[in-house]
Design a protein around this ligand. Sequence first.
Ligand code: RTP
Ligand code: MG
Length: 140
Amino acid sequence: MAVTRTFSIIKPDATRRNLTGAVTKMLEEAGLRVVASKRLQLSQEQAEGFYAVHKERPFFGELVSFMTSGPVVVQVLEGEDAVKRNRDIMGATNPKDAAEGTIRKELAESIEANTVHGSDSEENAAIEIDFFFKADEIVG
Ligand code: RTP
Ligand code: MG
């Protein structure tokens, strides 16, 4: 299996509870390496742009408002089959449905305040990494 990259966000519910390290530890223990990381306050425009694929969904307004409610940490993760590996350790979108040992099962508060974002395909990973990082900010 090839070493690939994915994009992750540690969401405002996690930064608010000082869980940046706890989330990162679970990612690292799952075999992912943080090859880029920065803490940001997303603007409304950034959050709307990032989540543009969801703009027709009923929860779009709440999602943008939540994602701008506090700092986030955006990261590039590298590892074997990184997109799937990250989705597996994140767990299901709704923490009530997430498997034992996953980040969302262990740490998430609700379907909205669900602690992490992870790219859902290699194609989207490349787009999302480009949205937040310049090539020279990523050190593999
Ligand atoms: P993410 O994009 O954040 O990694 O999460 P995901 O793929 O598991 O979920 P997705 O369907 O892409 O939804 C994006 C985010 O929107 C919020 N959401 N709220 N209130 C609701 O019914 C609802 N459904 C989704 C979640 O924060 C989800 O992570
Ligand atoms: Mg998604």
